[in-house]
Design a protein around this ligand. Structure first.
Ligand SMILES: NC(=O)c1ccc[n+]([C@@H]2O[C@H](COP(=O)([O-])OP(=O)(O)OC[C@H]3O[C@@H](n4cnc5c(N)ncnc54)[C@H](OP(=O)(O)O)[C@@H]3O)[C@@H](O)[C@H]2O)c1
Length: 304
């Protein structure tokens, strides 16, 4: 079996395809033959060592979290899934390993794949979908949401969920003049360098997907009683989040019902699909490029 892994923290040059022996699934785990996997910013943040306080110093480390495939085997305590089921899911945060021909994941982070979704479409959903679903959970019909970076993975998902919950959605993207910026019903659309004063006190929720708004800018956008959700936590943001006030730093949690809802309702564009043999140049290019992304990078396994 092949997988993408690295032997030390570092840039794209540390990635390599290697043979590995898939582990037997633990009692609460499923072993999945991967048909497609999808990349997230988390993949290279972990590989760069940005999270080494949490990820530790044991190597080699496998890459990739989001996958879709077919259950090969289940642990003794697994009741909801069985061998042969078509599924989508997310590998454990520290363990990763979705950019591989086989991956293990906890049962609670794996759900049945709807028949109308291809494996590629399904693999694109778990991380960004569940995060966006949970970030928009408190939205009520008639409310107004500002999504900073709404053409990214979490941003597109959050715009869809907020609209489905009956909210109006405004947001920022790199190029507000592009046709794509106006195709998903986000209005008004502003550039990254927008003046918050022009949109003062208009929003019940400000969702900062790249975590780049200053607190003052985000607070300017908020209606009284509104909430700021930032999904790129750091120690200072965690402290602010624990204090009374509108600011919340958030991490997506593996909740089975949320992933089921994501699989049922969310659809995201795929920008590019590559085979596992081309994953290293494709990830390297994606990581280094600073241009608008038109969707997810998906890795399709041989035979899928
Ligand atoms: N807390 C959690 O549980 C959780 C879950 C998922 C992701 N995340 C984190 O959330 C972040 C976004 O994830 P993602 O998957 O949505 O990434 P993504 O697909 O790369 O999207 C990021 C978006 O932010 C935009 N952006 C870049 N610079 C910006 C700026 N100065 N102002 C406003 N927007 C800007 C990007 O635009 P361009 O494409 O034009 O560059 C892109 O649309 C990542 O840091 C990721 O690690 C956290």
């Amino acid at each position: 079996m092949k997988r993408l892994q690295y032997d030390r923290y570092g840039g794209p040059e540390v990635m390599r395809l290697a043979e590995f022996e898939p582990p037997r699934p633990g009692p609460d785990e499923v072993l999945v033959r991967v048909r497609a996997a999808a990349s997230n910013a988390l993949d290279w943040k972990m590989r760069n060592g940005e999270m080494k306080l949490m990820t530790g110093r044991s190597f080699p480390r496998a890459m990739g979290h989001d996958f879709a495939g077919v259950v090969e085997a289940v642990g003794a305590g697994v009741t909801r899934l069985k061998a042969g089921d078509a599924v989508l899911g997310r590998a454990r945060f520290r363990q990763a390993g979705a950019f591989a021909e086989m991956v293990t994941a906890p049962e609670k982070a794996v759900v049945l794949k709807p028949v109308d979704l291809s494996y590629e479409q399904a693999a694109a959903l778990p991380t960004v979908g569940v995060t966006a679903y949970q970030a928009t959970a408190e939205i009520r019909p008639g409310q107004a949401v500002f999504v900073n970076g709404y053409l990214g993975g979490v941003g597109r998902a959050a715009a869809q969920f907020a609209q489905a919950r009956g909210a109006s959605v405004a947001g920022s993207c790199r190029n507000p003049a592009a046709d794509e910026a106006h195709e998903i019903g986000v209005e008004p659309v502003v550039g990254f360098g927008f003046d918050p004063a022009a949109l003062a006190e208009r929003f019940d929720l400000v969702l900062d997907t790249p975590g780049m708004l200053t607190f003052a800018a985000a607070r300017t956008l908020l209606k009284p009683g509104g909430t700021i959700v930032d999904i790129v936590p750091n120690p200072a943001k965690m402290i602010r989040s624990a204090l009374p006030g509108p600011f919340r730093a958030m991490m997506g949690r593996p909740v089975t019902a949320d992933l089921e809802e994501v699989a049922r309702t969310l659809r995201l564009p795929i920008a590019r699909t590559v085979p596992l043999t081309e994953v290293i140049p494709a990830l390297t290019e994606l990581e280094r490029e600073q241009r608008p992304k038109s969707g997810k990078l998906v890795i399709a396994m041989a035979g899928s």
